[in-house]
Write a protein that binds this ligand. Structure first.
Ligand SMILES: [Zn+2]
Length: 314
């Protein structure tokens, strides 16, 4: 990642473990003198859990891990929770809107089952609500509501240094799929409100849930708003995008899947069924044909490869 000197100063005392798309980034806030240990924000996907434990252990360099904080509980943000809990014994803090679903391990409500994504059960010790804050790394981290991508998602903001941990509410190029919209709930207005809220903050550096930290917040907001405007104007565009993201994600998770099995998976996964119902609302094609067409488009775009009867991640 390209880190300019002002960005480096703002990120002093933080280790940003930039991952990829299957695993979210992990941000380790190192303990300042007098603090009981480091705080880790988000833990990646379960497939990478042992790698996450190793990366965090290395970055800790002997310091204790005091606490794990999740911005939200999509499978790419909390998949390492259980392994980190085993490795370090650190308690886990979740957004209050997700607490019941975690306690009951309701993977439909947590979206892991509805998207056909893998995860591992963990327990939480505390909640962090919008408006609350915690101290770590000698900084005060305010929890801010970031509905849109996920109704319960938090962002964490250090106002003094202007560091925003934006999760999937704002990336350098866009933002995460607007999950509520796929279920027929309004979400685009929440995305817009969250982008407006970010604009009002004195942000110097954004550490997104995916991708490198960036400083040009205005440009990222402009790109996000343009993308959102396209979705608002044509919601089916968002549905198609969301369905393709989920198919690509499934391939990232499995690496290789028989094409027939992938199409079967797509036809029986609740998120994609809901997406098809939304997409088909104005008259379209049968779900199996739609799934085939999305897969073909992903292949044409180079996002998936073909190997005999199998599809492979690229
Ligand atoms: Zn997410």
């Amino acid at each position: 990642m390209e880190v300019t000197p002002p960005m480096r100063a703002a990120l002093t005392g933080l280790t940003v473990l930039e991952r990829g798309w299957l695993s979210s980034n992990n941000v380790l806030i190192h303990a300042a003198p007098g603090e009981p240990g480091a705080v880790l924000v988000d833990t990646g996907h379960v497939n990478h859990a042992e790698q996450t434990v190793a990366l965090v252990r290395h970055a800790l360099a002997g310091q204790p891990l005091h606490r794990i904080v999740n911005t939200h509980l999509h499978s790419d943000h909390c998949g390492g929770n259980a392994a980190l809990q085993r490795a370090f014994g650190a308690p886990i803090t979740v957004p209050p809107g997700n607490a019941d679903a975690v306690a009951a391990w309701d993977t439909l409500r947590l979206t892991h089952a509805s998207t056909g994504q893998a995860s591992e059960r963990f327990t939480y010790a505390a909640t962090l609500a919008p408006g609350e804050h915690f101290s770590a790394g000698g900084r005060r981290w305010d929890a801010l509501a970031a509905p849109g991508h996920d109704p319960h998602s938090l962002m964490l903001f250090d106002a003094r240094e202007g560091v925003l941990l934006s999760a999937d509410a704002l990336w350098e190029q866009g933002f995460g799929v607007v999950f509520p919209e796929i279920d027929g709930e309004p979400g685009f207005a929440d995305v817009a409100a969250t982008l407006d809220a970010i604009e009002r903050l004195p942000v110097q550096v954004v550490v997104p849930g995916h991708g490198a930290p960036f400083a040009d917040v205005a440009a990222a907001l402009a790109r996000a708003r343009a993308r959102l405007a396209g979705f608002v104007q044509d919601p089916r565009r968002h549905v198609r995008h969301a369905a393709k993201v989920m198919i690509k994600y499934h391939l990232m998770e499995r690496r290789r899947v028989a094409r027939d099995a992938l199409l079967q998976w797509a036809a029986t996964t609740p998120f994609l069924q809901a997406a098809w119902r939304r997409f088909d609302a104005t008259g379209g094609e049968p779900p199996a044909r739609w799934g085939e067409r999305l897969v073909d488009e992903l292949i044409a775009q180079g996002a998936l490869g073909r190997d005999g009867a199998d599809l492979v991640d690229r």
